[in-house]
Design a protein around this ligand. Structure first.
Ligand code: SF4
Length: 160
């Protein structure tokens, strides 16, 4: 069943869009209840679904909709801004030859995603390991997932 969803990026992005809108609509209520309290309630279900559909590694900064619904943390090098130079001609990974490169899958999927597919070229901040095993949904609402480390700035800000 989970493979059914994994192979349908357009369905996954629509589902994500609905969930994201619902999360923002509920944000005032969630803030009132308390982000930590809600995180404790939703994290088990979030982990369960994401592990099975995406092979989630619980980074706490989910960017799946920007990476063709292909989890960049599945990459053995955890690359979040495109592939390394070792992608095999077959499209497989140089570290795990049995696996297709997550960025090849991301590219293929993003071409089937009319809503978020264009985000594939966005520059992602370095992963913040302190957010591991926290709720990515709650981190999205609080904005902590968008904060880069001190000294880091998106390329658009660097080049003006
Ligand atoms: S080939 Fe792809 S999945 Fe493998 S290490 Fe390089 S970028 Fe990551």
């Amino acid at each position: 069943m989970f493979q059914f969803f994994r192979n349908r990026p357009a369905l996954l992005e629509k589902t994500y869009q609905i969930a994201e809108r619902a999360a923002w609509a509920l944000n005032p209520l969630i803030a009132k209840i308390g982000y930590e309290r809600v995180a404790r309630l939703i994290t088990p279900a979030e982990d369960f679904a994401k592990e099975r559909v995406f092979g989630c590694h619980h980074c706490g900064q989910c960017i799946l909709h920007s990476t063709g619904m292909s989890c960049p943390m599945e990459c053995p090098k955890n690359l979040r801004n495109g592939p390394c130079g070792g992608v095999r001609p077959s499209g497989h990974c140089e570290v795990k030859p049995e696996m297709r490169c997550v960025w090849v899958v991301a590219y293929e999927n993003s071409r089937q995603m009319p809503i978020y597919g264009h985000e594939l070229i966005e520059i992602q901040p370095p992963v913040n390991r302190r957010l591991e095993h926290t709720s990515a949904w709650i981190n999205m609402l609080t904005g902590v997932d968008k904060q880069g480390p001190a000294g880091w700035a998106p390329i658009e800000e660097v080049i003006g």
